[in-house]
Design a binder for this molecule. Structure first.
Ligand code: URP
Ligand code: ZN
Ligand code: ZN
Length: 463
């Protein structure tokens, strides 16, 4: 017996049409008008869109960072993801300087295996440019099914690497079918500004943003793109927060380069004034790059609409206010960086993008699912609603309303940067490889259901 999703409007990254969708086992077996319901369980998709499950290309689960460990692990993080309509995440395995990439990957496999409620893939970070590290890259791509490597231009003394390491990583990836991701902020300049800001007695959360000016992101984004240009390598710029950085990506693409940009929900609806919330609440918004002045939101939205930004990731990196963000109560530089956004990623994109009249459901699917699947080697098994693809399916009700709150979200964290925001549009049902994992507000899946998904080699897709 299969599951027949009836009466909905199929939304893919390119098309919108009325059809039924049949799931048999773990895959989609047929899509068509008025499919025969006999012998199948019927699911009502009337008034709803039937879409490929969301792919979140940017998460940090069970990650040590900022002197603590993220509040969400692979169980609670993927629970939030599933309830929000995401059926596959790509998480960052952290490489440690002097250690092997294989060890980093094994550590992350152990964190996810048996816990994840939905499927997952991995990116690797690169902590050093040793010959051994570079030599591992082709093996990781060919044998381990990881096709992307993140380099940090910021977080000095922690994750930051120099231009030599970035350049070598770009060359290795260009040669072997990898995609370099870059955290583009000038960490050296930020380090100086943070010290000067603290020396002047400024310790509140808003000084996190004031000591990481937008020019630091603009400069680093330009530099990273030029390095990619010299190396002849594709580049994916993660968590673009500002018009300045997004313009650098547009410039690179005008020069014909394979540059891709990602932005995140927090940059579309939060703004600098959130840092000034009383009672240390501004600490919720301490993430990097920081939240910018409000006018940047519209620029980022337009770039998404015009496909000058290509993917929508959450950059989910959750810390409790109580006991974790509080580490920086008297020094903003000690507040762990990050926010819980995995659950509400798609709701925010739908609300500001589709309800806001800037994009249609197809573009929503492209940004939130299909493009990430293509970039990270998961397409067409994931990110596609076609016969033969994994039955990762979301039935999205465009009229259902809710108010986002830490009191009701499904992540394991005591705060939400979208607290109090009313959104219209949410999943009615979510299927992961044919298993119903969410029904409205209820999680209906199983711990350990999620499986590691190998990424295919990267090739420069036209987005
Ligand atoms: O503040 C953030 N973004 N935390 C997660 C780490 C990163 O830079 O992506
Ligand atoms: Zn980053
Ligand atoms: Zn991140």
């Amino acid at each position: 017996m299969g599951i027949l999703i009836r009466g909905g409007t199929v939304a893919t990254a390119t098309d919108l049409y009325k059809a039924d969708v049949l799931i048999e086992g773990e895959t989609i077996s047929a899509i068509g008008e008025k499919l025969d319901a006999q012998g199948h369980e019927s699911v009502d998709a009337g008034g709803a869109f039937v879409m490929p499950g969301g792919i979140d290309p940017h998460t940090h689960l069970d990650m040590p960072f900022g002197g603590t460990v993220t509040a969400d692990d692979f169980e609670s993080g993927t629970r939030g993801a599933a309830l929000g309509g995401t059926t596959c995440i790509v998480d960052f395995a952290l490489h440690t300087r002097g250690d092997s990439l294989h060890n980093a990957l094994n550590t992350w496999h152990a964190k996810a295996d048996g816990k994840a409620l939905i499927d997952y893939g991995f990116h690797l970070t690169i902590a050093d440019g040793r010959a051994e590290t570079m030599a591992e890259i082709p093996k990781i791509i060919d044998e381990q099914g990881v096709n992307s490597f993140k380099v940090f231009m910021a977080y000095k003394h922690v994750l930051q690497v120099d231009d030599e390491t970035i350049f070598k990583t770009l060359q290795a990836c260009a040669k072997h079918g990898g995609l370099v991701q870059v955290h583009a902020e000038n960490g050296d300049v930020i380090e100086v500004l943070v010290k000067q800001t603290l020396a002047a007695g400024h310790t509140d959360p808003k000084y996190h943003a004031l000591s990481r000016p937008v020019e630091c992101e603009g400069e680093a984004t330009h530099r990273a793109i030029r390095l990619a240009e010299i190396a002849g390598a594709p580049l994916y710029v993660v968590h673009v927060s500002s018009a300045m950085a997004a313009d650098a990506i547009s410039d690179g693409r005008k020069r014909g380069l394979a540059i891709y940009g990602e932005t995140c929900p927090q940059y579309l609806v939060c703004d600098f004034s959130d840092y000034e919330r009383p009672n240390f609440e501004g600490a919720k918004y301490v993430l990097s790059p920081p939240i910018r002045d409000k006018w940047n939101q519209n620029v980022l939205l337009r770039k998404l609409k015009n496909m000058e930004l290509h993917a929508f990731g959450s950059d989910h990196c959750s810390f409790n206010l109580c006991g974790q963000k509080e580490l920086g109560k008297s020094d903003f530089s000690k507040i762990p960086n990050g926010a819980p956004t995995i659950e509400d990623r798609l709701a925010i994109l739908w609300d500001v993008g589709v309800n806001g009249g800037l994009m249609g459901p197809t573009q929503f699917v492209a940004l939130g699912s299909t493009n990430p699947a293509k970039l990270f080697g998961l397409f067409p098994r994931k990110g596609a609603l076609v016969a033969g693809a994994d039955a990762d399916v979301v039935i999205w009700d465009p009229n259902a309303e809710r108010t986002i709150s830490a009191k009701t979200h499904h992540m394991n964290v005591d705060n939400n940067v979208f607290e109090g925001r009313k959104v219209k549009g949410r999943p009615r049902f979510v299927y992961s490889r044919g298993t119903k994992v969410a029904e409205g507000d209820a999680f209906t899946g199983r711990k350990g259901h999620g499986k590691f998904q190998k990424s295919a080699k990267f090739f420069p897709v036209q987005l």
